[in-house]
Design a protein around this ligand. Structure first.
Ligand code: GCU
Length: 649
């Protein structure tokens, strides 16, 4: 495959294995994949690989096949060993050795066992099969076309899909949903007469241990089956799903299951039949159960026809209000997929109170790698620290989101047919970090970033490059937060495409995303005492912490409270001064990052350097626009001057 970036798997990463003697024990398709990887490395670097006994530097052994994904790594008598009792475990153990590089062969390497925290680590592609007139080929996609689909059909190029699967396996991802959650007419048919196209994709991902999932429309029995209804309690509807699902498994025996967006932003769902979301999810779960699949039922259900005049409706409350009463009613193989925040992937949101409030339900937590609200892959915004904060958040002060996500961790994918995979080459770090955090939600994201830098840029150019990349990426999420919507208030983006500032863009819209700025203050009162009551959806201690502006963390203040511009933050600044300062700082940080990148010109290959440099120009232009619009808006509303007398328009 020419011209495609090897990302975190450049040839040089395989050198430490490729120069040595490797023994591979065990059999099966994934063992063959590992064998192929090692054989390829040996061809390039001169080592050897065998399935016979002898003396070796590396032994990769599959002992049994119990379906587990962990492995034991050790070193003794001059030999490194990876032992797994499940085939995927061997694959992940192999990539563990790749990640370690030469250190895997040092004699002081310690024996340790590794196990993913969560059994499902999935990427959801919002890819359309046919180009959508508004959303294009990939909804919220910023990396070109789809890897899977082009102009209404599956792309012929499965090599690239296979290469994608390889990258995903190397960071621990084991599931991919191949089409958009908004299922349009063409996409709907993937479930039935076009399942063969999905099967081809599944065939290309399978050698890397990845199961394929499909987004389906709840109305399928009507739109595809010609039935009069899609009522989940109607026997003919249930029979239709059972048959359709059985046919899917004939085509794809290891099919993972369905993803469903129902009664959400215009998608059909069980409400039309007076049924609950548990009824809807359980019907699909029943169709999938005989085959070992699961349904991922999304909790992103809210009223998108809200009257902005009505302050008692609060979109943030919606998922909890809809789903908590259904706790305990979902089938074992029905997973409720919850966005990490209550709104929609803003740069700063509290953790969704639904997570932790449904102990009788398997939850999956959904993150967004595609940078819809975080700079659309034109801005550098490494999301590792945000995701890590979310995953480590103790929903009741103790049990973490990562541990509550028994149904898995999911991210909306950020890749496309762009030669760098992600449009912005540095956005690859988000994809890699998601995989590694899904495997271990307690991993230190900064270590993951270092790992990504070392793998992607190689050990060659030395510490200057690594330090430069670290300084550009490390704080980039906070930088982005500084120059965009302040203190957790969210949105303020241009409606529709969501790129760039428009402070009142959604203020008088039906979408439920308001900031309520007036001449005295800004923010949404979500307290129990005087507001929408949303703060009361949290368990203690959070319900108390968020209830009062005095205890609410600064960064979420405007999410939970409407306060005056003179309100004093814990930081010792007033809200208005905070807005001015952070917006000036944010732009200065982008300027510094751009300079730093320019200084790395001799250390990064020209095409990659040029692509990032070009994106930095746009990021800086856009950050200045954000700064000036937000600062001017709040200056004009409040009439309060900047203490430091900087230019505000
Ligand atoms: C956001 C996004 C949509 C998407 C939706 C979802 O609202 O803008 O494009 O369809 O989330 O998660 O379903």
């Amino acid at each position: 495959m020419q011209g495609v970036d090897p990302a975190w798997l450049p040839d040089v990463a395989f050198r430490p294995i490729g120069i040595r003697r490797t023994l591979i024990r065990g059999s099966g398709p994934l063992v063959d994949t590992v064998h192929g990887e090692v054989a390829g490395a040996c061809e390039r670097f001169g080592g050897s690989v065998s399935r016979e006994s002898g003396s070796y530097d590396l032994v990769l052994e599959l002992d049994g096949d119990d379906g587990s994904e962990g492995f034991v790594y050790g070193r003794g008598d001059g030999c490194t060993t990876v032992t797994a009792s499940g085939a995927r475990g061997l694959l992940y153990g192999f990539f563990h050795v790749v990640r370690l590089g030469e250190t895997a062969f040092l004699d002081d390497a310690r024996r340790a066992s590794y196990q993913p925290e969560s059994a499902l680590r999935m990427l959801d592609h919002w890819d359309n099969v046919a180009v959508h007139p508004v959303m294009g080929q990939v909804e919220r996609g910023y990396a070109g076309g789809s890897l899977f689909w082009e102009d209404g059909r599956a792309r012929g190029d499965l090599e690239r899909v296979r290469a994608y699967g390889r990258l995903l396996a190397a960071c621990g991802i084991n599931a991919v949903a191949v089409n958009n959650v908004n299922v349009h007419a063409t996409e709907a048919r993937l479930l039935t007469d076009r399942i063969g196209e999905v099967a081809d994709i599944a065939g290309a991902l399978r050698p890397y241990g990845i199961r394929t999932h499909l987004s389906v429309t709840f109305a399928a029995p009507v739109v595809l089956g010609g039935l009069a209804s899609a009522d989940p309690l109607d026997e003919s509807v249930r029979a239709w799903w059972a048959e359709a699902t059985a046919r899917v498994y004939t085509a794809i025996p290891d099919f993972g299951g369905f993803v469903v967006k129902a009664d959400s932003e215009g998608q059909p769902g069980p409400f039309a039949y007076g049924r609950s979301h548990a009824d809807g999810a359980n019907m699909l779960a029943a169709a999938l159960a005989p085959h070992g699949g699961s349904v991922h039922w999304r909790a992103f259900v809210y009223n998108h026809h809200q009257d902005w005049r009505n302050r008692s409706t609060d979109r943030a409350r919606a998922a909890y209000d809809h789903f908590v009463p259904l706790d305990g009613e979902f089938a074992d193989n029905a997973v409720l997929q919850v966005k990490h925040g209550p709104m929609d992937f803003q740069v700063r949101e509290p953790v969704s109170p639904l997570i932790g409030a449904m102990p009788g339900t398997r939850l999956a937590v959904e993150l967004q790698a595609t940078q819809e609200y975080t700079g659309q892959q034109r801005h550098v915004c490494w999301l590792g620290p945000m995701w890590s904060e979310v995953l480590r958040f103790g929903t009741d002060g103790e049990s973490s989101v990562g541990a509550s996500a028994r149904g898995g961790l999911v991210a909306v994918a950020n890749v496309g047919d762009d030669p760098f995979w992600t449009g912005h080459p540095l956005a690859q770090a988000n994809l890699y970090t998601f995989g590694r955090l899904a495997w271990d939600p307690n991993a230190d994201p900064h270590h993951v970033l270092d790992e990504w830098i070392r793998l992607t840029f190689g050990p060659g150019p030395g510490p200057g490059l690594a330090a430069g990349l670290r300084s550009i990426l490390d704080g980039s999420w906070r930088t982005y937060e500084k120059y965009t919507a302040p203190l957790g208030v969210g949105f303020m983006v241009q409606p529709g495409h969501h790129y760039g500032p428009s402070v009142d863009g959604y203020e008088y819209s039906p979408w439920g995303t308001y900031h309520f700025a007036d001449r005295d203050g800004v923010g949404v009162d979500r307290s129990v005492a005087t507001g929408t009551g949303y703060a009361g959806q949290y368990a203690k201690p959070w319900a108390d912490v968020y209830e009062s502006p005095l205890s609410c963390p600064d960064e979420l203040l405007l999410f939970f409270h409407h306060v005056s511009y003179g309100h004093m933050l814990h930081s010792g600044k007033t809200v208005i001064q905070h807005i001015y300062d952070t917006h000036f700082e944010g732009v200065a940080e982008v300027e510094a990052a751009r300079e730093r990148w320019a200084s790395l010109v001799d250390l990064v290959e020209p095409a990659r350097h040029a692509r990032v440099a070009e994106r930095f120009e746009e990021q800086l232009r856009s950050a200045r626009e954000w700064r000036d619009q937000v600062n001017s808006y709040f200056f004009r509303k409040s009439g309060v001057a900047d203490e430091r007398g900087r230019t505000i328009y």
